[in-house]
Design a protein around this ligand. Structure first.
Ligand SMILES: *[C@@H]1O[C@H](CO)[C@@H](O)[C@H](O)[C@H]1NC(C)=O
Ligand SMILES: *[C@@H]1O[C@H](CO)[C@@H](O)[C@H](O)[C@H]1NC(C)=O
Ligand SMILES: *[C@@H]1O[C@H](CO)[C@@H](O)[C@H](O)[C@H]1NC(C)=O
Ligand SMILES: *[C@@H]1O[C@H](CO)[C@@H](O)[C@H](O)[C@H]1NC(C)=O
Length: 445
């Protein structure tokens, strides 16, 4: 039953509640009439000037609003007095909108990397910075000529925060001071004799480690170390000791001062490799998590439960000489032509995550966002002619899978220490098996 009193409320304030039940917009639309429009407006008070409305009567006479209870028909104001209907009531306070979806109180929705909850009509969202930021992507793609590279939305990064990206897609702890002061090696060469373009993949086909995907494990310190060591084993032995060394060996067993999937120091990674050596990937495959060291820390390959290689007399693990640092652009280039890819540490800005091709240079679109250190493998270099002149670049192997960037690689500005890439470049010499070394068929620096 609806009372005149309630009906009065309907007319004057368009309430959203009748007898405690929620009155939805479409119910309300039914109440709009037409009532007075059908019977006409009457002057003075006339009981006959009325229309049934949900179990009672409403009036269209001149005094319907002056009685003790207001009992005018819903369209009295618009039809008889020329006062337009008030705007439809705002949606009930408990509902929210997300894109085209209506949400109710306490409903949650995931907006990229942020969780949102509907609270008393407001959609309250977490305020994390997400890896995929459509602003960055659109700005770069609006003017790729100017930026020199293009950007895209990677599904593997969608829904993740930038903090997660920095913590679990990078993984190189800042170099420690004593390493930064490590003296670069001195080599005698003619910088002008270096080729304009160089790609390890073309020079040593089949001997260069493929692109890996570190997954959500901050292990670039281990992946790049194992890959540079592997490449050099293959190159220096002219393929006789081609091997893919195990990054998991480092993640799981090189634990002193290291943080497994939360990052590691490169100098420690190299000194571990020098002291104990690594086993091959098949023997200790990558699992992208902090798995305990399931092999003996030291001893022969056999002691580690690995099958010794068929084509060499190797019994011990794959060790390397002391790591050395390369001090400038041409030293790095010369080193690569002689002995293969080198390891570099870069400062990763937010925008690198969405790189999809071109010559990368960090933009100022997100300079105040979180940054981190990452280690990668420089495999070559080149030059590209653009309308702004010749741009020099490094070709770099990343560890974010082959669907990222240029088949897993990226090109980055060369010679300007872009992202600090030329600040901390390291390499090491492999300890080729004695018999192969004695056969005198290996590269000598
Ligand atoms: C009736 O409506 C008129 C015109 O809007 C207004 O001036 C008057 O105050 C109303 N009377 C009552 C009792 O609400
Ligand atoms: C919404 O959540 C709050 C707190 O979690 C709770 O007190 C309230 O009863 C919930 N409301 C509804 C409509 O579920
Ligand atoms: C990015 O990709 C994901 C799925 O791969 C998609 O759900 C999302 O809408 C895309 N975002 C943008 C801004 O294009
Ligand atoms: C790098 O250093 C070497 C000496 O180690 C020097 O001969 C060379 O010219 C330098 N190259 C650049 C680009 O500064």
């Amino acid at each position: 039953m609806i009372s005149k009193l309630l009906l009065g409320c309907v007319l004057t304030s368009m309430p959203i509640l009748i007898l405690g039940n929620s009155l939805r917009d479409d119910d309300f639309a039914d109440l709009r009439g037409p009532y007075c429009e059908n019977i006409g407006c009457c002057s003075s008070r006339r009981d006959s000037c009325s229309v049934p409305i949900i179990g009672t009567l409403c009036y269209c006479d001149e005094f319907c609003n002056s009685t003790r209870v207001n009992d005018c028909c819903p369209d009295y104001w618009s039809h008889c007095r020329g006062i337009p209907f008030p705007e439809p009531a705002p949606p009930p306070l408990t509902s929210c909108k997300y894109k085209d979806r209506a949400l109710r109180q306490n409903d949650t929705v995931q907006d990229n990397c942020n969780k949102c909850v509907c609270e008393r009509g407001d959609l309250m969202c977490e305020q994390n910075v997400c890896i995929i930021d459509s602003n960055i992507i659109e700005t770069i793609n609006r003017d790729p000529e100017n930026f020199g590279w293009t950007a895209t939305n990677y599904s593997q990064f969608w829904g993740h925060t930038l903090d997660e990206g920095v913590q679990y897609r990078l993984g190189t702890l800042p170099p420690q001071r004593f390493v930064m002061t490590m003296n670069p090696v001195q080599r005698i060469y003619d910088p002008n004799s270096l080729p304009r373009e160089f790609d390890s993949n073309l020079v040593w086909p089949g001997l260069i480690t493929g692109i890996q995907d570190q997954g959500w494990c901050g292990s670039s310190w281990a992946i790049s170390t194992a890959a540079v060591a592997s490449d050099r084993y293959g190159i220096v032995s002219k393929g006789k000791e081609a091997v893919q060394l195990s990054a998991q060996n480092l993640i799981s067993c090189d634990t002193q001062g290291q943080q497994s999937c939360s990052g590691g120091h490169l100098d420690r990674a190299w000194s571990f490799t020098k002291a104990y050596g690594l086993v091959d990937e098949d023997c200790f495959p990558y699992v992208a998590r902090n798995e305990r060291c399931t092999i003996k820390r030291r001893g022969t390959l056999e002691a580690a439960g690995c099958r010794p290689p068929v084509y060499s007399d190797r019994r011990g693990r794959y060790t390397v000489g002391p790591a050395y640092r390369l001090g400038n652009e041409t030293d790095i280039m010369y080193e690569i032509t002689k002995s293969g890819p080198v390891q570099a540490t870069i400062k990763v800005y937010h925008d690198l995550f969405v790189y999809t091709g071109g010559i990368y240079k960090h933009t100022d679109l997100a300079l105040n966002h979180k940054q981190g250190y990452h280690s990668v493998r420089i495999v070559g270099w080149g030059e590209e002619n653009t309308y702004r002149g010749t741009i020099k670049y490094w070709k770099v192997a990343n560890s974010w899978g082959t669907n990222w960037g240029e088949n897993g690689y990226f090109r980055i500005l060369r010679g300007e220490n872009e992202c600090e890439i030329e600040s901390f470049v390291i390499a090491s010499w492999p300890h080729i098996s004695r018999r192969i070394l004695l056969s005198n068929e290996v590269n000598i620096i």
